[in-house]
Design a protein around this ligand. Sequence first.
Ligand SMILES: [Zn+2]
Length: 249
Amino acid sequence: MPLPGPGGKQSFIIIPVGQEVAIGHGMAKQVEETEKILDDTVWQNYLNQIGQKIAAVSDRKDIKYHFKVIDSDQINAFATPGGYIYFYTGLLKEMDNEAELAAVMAHEISHVVARHGIKRMQAALGVQVAYELVFGAEGASNAVNSAIGVGMGLTFAGYSRNNERESDSFGMHYMVKAGYNPQGAVSMFQKLAELGGDGQSIYEQLVSSHPDTQERISKAKARVAEQTPLPKSLTLGTKKYQQMKSRLK
Ligand SMILES: [Zn+2]
């Protein structure tokens, strides 16, 4: 069943959307059993508001998106299949404006829009489980549970380089569409490259000193250059972000 992806690109997915959401929900439950959700409704609402704004201009509106802040020093953010997206306070503290947050947010939403997670899972599940997910009853618990297990176990795998490039590219498109200055993506990618990393992060290897990070910075710079002069309406949102950041101390 071909489904629309970013920019109307069609992707071949066999696991139905209902099952994808059930798997994502199960993974989100496990994440929230092991990680501490930040006890600050102002921050949770702020993250949700930015997330919903970007999701609304994305190419995927057949699911409900969920956004939460995790209280942990890890410098990371990730998305499960089906639209459950998490940001760590360790990453939020490294950011200096809302456009930088929007850059990572739009990147994560793009992984969901393009169904990178569910495709990776589909490839890892094996025929039997995939078959049950496709032809079994909606929410067939055994198959969904196996898929949740596989999803949690894919932590070491990361996304392919092509998936990352695709999410960077559509992410920049979405953040601008939502009204953010794309310069936020350039400064964010530079920061993530400087922070380096051991490559052991779960779901996403946002922080990495890999040579690919230099490529993503040049690509982001090129995208900004293409759009220069940038419309004055595009915001960095520095003042608001600094206010929010002071709450994280
Ligand atoms: Zn990514």
